[in-house]
Design a protein around this ligand. Structure first.
Ligand SMILES: *Cc1c(COP(=O)(O)O)cnc(C)c1O
Length: 391
């Protein structure tokens, strides 16, 4: 079985750019007077997304944290987040001295809109929408509700590069969009993140806090006078991106449309194959959504806990990385494992989903034959798990 965590080779152009950097030793984004790889990445990414400003940082988690800090929220205010997301999201909220309020997520991995609406009280001062595993929640309704209350929306688009909603790029619908270049995302920088926004105040504050000490904001090619206002008035978190990461990331931006298209082809092929089984349900995309998946999620229907545990074991025997979020020990996407929170609510819908939702990586580079092989392996493991129920 193909190793589903195997990365694609990094494009040759990155090797050449890295060689130049290793020759010059110019690894820090602020050493060169102009045109540092990190600055060029910011320009190229902003242009690709149709955003005014971009700030490249050490991770998507850092981008989320800086976005919250850039909103200048008072301490201890409440921030609405999904109950199904990566632990980095509640962590960013805690790190920014705010309190996360968790919203139920349904069996289609998207925010439960009635719970969202009920919890969007006057106490909520910001909302983070995680398009978890690239699944887009109802952004029309979310933006309508938040705009009506002037509540800023931060999009955690770590897994949504290449995804669109009514033809608009995910990450450009809210006030800030945050992306990840960690190796398991669509663009592999090893580590790295970037935030985009059209808001001058947010970019000025985020740039300074990311570590643009003294006059280094002048190297950001952002036209705003606000840098002078904020210089030395904000703490420096020094979570910058290095030129090495930018050199690896830049040549991959041109690969995004191909990876998005092949990822969707692989996903839909596997989804069709798996959906033929009575015990498997693959939730459909929302009509407004055009996805760019690099993994597949599906729900087990009519499975007991022990049958679901058996499925994970049989899949592992096959060398197939299949995990069930809520049954996989210590999974960072199961809210009850976020033990750093002061209080963890019980989210019954989200819990029920997590206990039966399977997660399989599906890199864009897989061929349809390889996808087919994975599908057949999953189906045979599902069959085996159902047959062995009493064992
Ligand atoms: C990966 C991921 C993150 C964190 O990204 P890092 O760059 O590793 O900090 C945040 N949210 C979601 C939904 C993710 O998948």
């Amino acid at each position: 079985m193909k190793n589903l965590h195997q990365a694609e080779p990094i494009p040759q152009a990155a090797h050449d750019a890295l060689n130049d950097l290793l020759q010059s030793g110019d690894l820090f984004r602020y050493t060169a007077e102009s045109d540092a790889p990190v600055t060029l990445l910011e320009q190229e990414f902003a242009q690709m997304m149709g955003a005014k400003f971009a700030l490249a940082v050490a991770s998507c988690s850092a981008a989320l944290f800086l976005s919250l800090r850039a909103l200048d929220l008072p301490s201890n205010v409440k921030v609405l987040i999904p109950g199904f997301t990566f632990a980095a999201v509640p962590s960013a909220v805690v790190h920014a001295n705010c309190k996360p309020v968790l919203v139920e997520v349904g069996s289609n991995y998207r925010l439960d809109m009635s719970d969202f609406e009920a919890k969007l009280t006057d106490e909520i001062k910001a909302v983070i929408i995680s398009h978890m595993r690239g699944h887009t929640s109802d952004m029309d309704r979310i933006m309508h509700l938040c705009d009506a209350k002037s509540i800023p929306v931060i999009e955690d688009a770590a897994h949504s590069l290449g995804t669109t909603w009514r033809g608009r790029k995910i990450g450009t619908l809210g006030k800030v969009g945050c992306f990840s270049f960690q190796s398991y995302k669509l663009v592999n920088g090893g580590e790295g993140g970037i935030l985009i926004t059209d808001d001058e105040d947010i970019i000025a504050r985020a740039v300074i806090m990311s570590g643009a000490y003294e006059n280094n904001w002048q190297k950001h090619n952002c036209e705003t006078d606000l840098f002078r206002t904020y210089q030395n008035t904000l703490p420096l978190y020094n979570t910058r991106m290095s030129n090495l990461s930018a050199a690896v990331i830049r040549p991959q931006l041109a690969e995004v449309p191909r990876r998005a298209e092949d990822g969707l082809r692989n996903h839909d092929h596997l989804a069709a194959l798996l959906s033929t089984h009575a015990h498997i349900e693959v939730p459909a995309a929302l009509p407004a959504e055009n996805r760019a998946p690099d993994s597949i999620q599906f729900n087990l229907a009519g499975f007991s806990d022990s049958e679901a545990e058996a499925l994970m074991k049989y899949a592992a025997d096959f060398g197939l990385g299949l995990s069930i979020f809520g049954l996989h020990d210590g999974n960072a996407r199961a809210f009850w494992n976020w033990k750093f929170l002061d209080e963890i609510p019980d989210l019954l819908k989200t819990r029920a989903m997590l206990m039966r939702a399977c997660d399989v990586r599906l890199p864009a580079a897989l061929t349809l034959d390889e996808v087919e092989e994975i599908g057949i392996a999953i189906l045979s493991c599902v069959e085996r798990a159902k047959r062995a129920k009493a064992a």
